[in-house]
Unconditional design. Structure first.
Length: 520
């Protein structure tokens, strides 16, 4: 009889604690739960609630331990789900996934667990598993959030039509569901359907005129269509709504660069960096960006396709640098560089590579002949390895080659050369006849000394004087992206390269701040 009264008292107290917790009075809830655990230290529901309360007070580790104790005594679907949420917040995605799965083993039709598992599987890039989760969720209970995430997962798998249907199913449940519209617009933008994407983002703004996400995406789509003044209005409106919006500053800087207003572009990119750094940057360890064996295979594919079409090319820039310096591709390189004669048929080169099904042109690449004048950027479908095709224009005793940029290209001017054949990986390749001269022009006389921070766009030793200011502007853009991605070592490298262009206090202070965050 005494034991039953004690259990009833614990249940009553736990309900009281739960009421406090749901009301947001975490200190009172904690006090009541503690009193229950004094008399019943192995009461699983009390341990579970204790963990939830602790998580609201910033005591994540204690919260995790309390819920683990509860699970070890008498697991419930809710316990596994809440533990998964805590682990996911700490970046432990695989562990979170495992607990969501445990929750579903106990309760297979648990829609919330299905959606949580689907979201974490998306983060883990397990897109097929994510699709299965969200499909099960909408089969049980058709909800807009589940349809939206189903669309995201299908989009990640490349199932555009199915993804569009899922987004529209979400919108059918709530006609002003802006998140689904934004995801639909993003998918359309990435597919290259820029006008339809533009209309989608404009529709969001028709019922949500101060949506910064919609303004930002609309601005990007307009910029991709070279509607620069309209794009400028979108990004300027973002900064009216939030003057410290780092992405707004970054994107407005890109528009100013395209308009040729380079000082204004740099000012906004500095502002973007300033506001980005107001939030902690989570450092990511340096990693190799080019997997060598797949990259070698991609080069062989290019050689075969172009050779069969009778199109001549040569190895250049960073690709040639790696082979001449160490006998192989550079592991820290992010793409492969090929050179072509100026008068080659660019449309034929593009058609041969893309119609093979091996390569595609990223949606952010513009598609006019003018935009392919100096360079074409492609990506290998299977490996994701980037391929940069440069067209070399004779200029007296030199060549001009470089990057398509508005309003003017960014160009380098190495000395003129003929081509010769070398053997690499058991295959013959064309290269400049004086590799030392070519690499010295681009990278300096110390080209044999590795420098993983060197960026040809920013630091080419033979850049044209007209390109110098634009390179500095573009360097700030790449510096921002490295900081945004937590690549602190790379960001420090860009600071050093930019300081060679201009000795700026902003860069010195930024470099010092970055150095403090990099473990020695």
């Amino acid at each position: 009889m005494v034991e039953n009264n004690s259990e009833q008292s614990d249940v009553h107290l736990l309900n009281t604690a739960l009421h406090y917790y749901q009301s947001g009075d975490f200190s009172q809830a904690d006090a009541v739960v503690d009193s229950v655990l004094v008399s019943s230290p192995s009461y699983p529901d009390a341990l579970h609630l204790s963990g939830l309360i602790a998580s609201q007070s910033g005591k994540e580790e204690f919260a995790i331990q309390q819920i683990i104790k509860a699970i070890q005594i008498d697991a419930t679907p809710q316990m596994h789900l809440n533990l998964g949420v805590l682990l996911q917040a700490q970046g432990q995605l695989n562990s979170a996934s495992n607990h969501y799965k445990q929750s579903l083993r106990l309760k297979p039709d648990y829609v919330e667990a299905l959606c949580k598992l689907g979201k974490v599987e998306l983060l883990l890039q397990h897109s097929l598993s994510a699709v299965e989760c969200f499909q099960r969720a909408v089969d049980i209970t058709p909800e807009k959030e589940a349809y939206n995430h189903l669309g995201m997962a299908l989009c990640a798998l490349g199932y555009g039509r199915d993804a569009e249907k899922a987004f529209r199913d979400a919108i059918a449940l709530e006609p002003e569901f802006s998140v689904a519209y934004l995801n639909l617009g993003l998918m359309l933008k990435n597919q290259g359907n820029l006008r339809v994407a533009e209309n989608t983002f404009r529709h969001v703004l028709s019922f949500k005129p101060e949506s910064i996400d919609a303004l930002n995406q609309l601005g990007l789509v307009l910029q991709a269509q070279n509607k620069l003044e309209d794009a400028k209005k979108c990004f300027s409106r973002i900064l009216e709504l939030n003057p410290q919006h780092n992405e707004g500053h970054k994107n407005l800087g890109s528009v100013y660069q395209a308009l040729g207003l380079l000082e204004e572009a740099i000012t906004h990119r500095q502002q973007a960096i300033k506001y980005l750094l107001r939030s902690p940057i989570r450092r990511k360890l340096p990693r190799k960006t080019l997997t060598l064996e797949p990259a070698r295979q991609v080069l062989l594919i290019v050689r075969k396709l172009l050779g069969e079409a009778g199109i001549s090319f040569f190895l250049g820039s960073g690709t040639l640098l790696g082979i001449c310096r160490g006998g192989d591709l550079l592991p820290h390189d992010k793409d492969m560089d090929l050179g072509f004669s100026w008068d080659i048929d660019r449309k034929q080169v593009f058609r041969v590579l893309t119609e093979s099904g091996e390569f595609y042109c990223p949606s952010f690449e513009r598609h006019s002949d003018h935009d392919r004048k100096w360079m074409i950027g492609l990506v290998h479908q299977k490996s994701g390895i980037a391929l940069d095709l440069f067209f070399y224009k004779p200029d007296g005793g030199h060549y001009l080659f470089g990057f398509n940029q508005l309003p003017n290209p960014i160009l380098s001017r190495p000395r003129r050369f003929e081509l010769k054949s070398i053997s690499w990986q058991g295959v013959n390749w064309l290269v400049p006849d004086d590799c030392d001269q070519y690499l010295t022009d681009l990278y300096g006389s110390d080209w044999r000394t590795p420098d993983s921070n060197f960026d040809t766009v920013v630091s080419s030793r033979c850049q044209t004087s007209e390109s110098t200011h634009a390179r500095r502007c573009l360097g700030y853009g790449r510096l921002y992206l490295r900081l945004q991605n937590g690549q602190l070592e790379k960001a420090a490298g860009y600071c050093q390269q930019l300081l060679r262009h201009k000795n700026e206090p902003f860069l010195k202070d930024l470099l010092a701040a970055i150095d403090q965050q990099i473990p020695k």
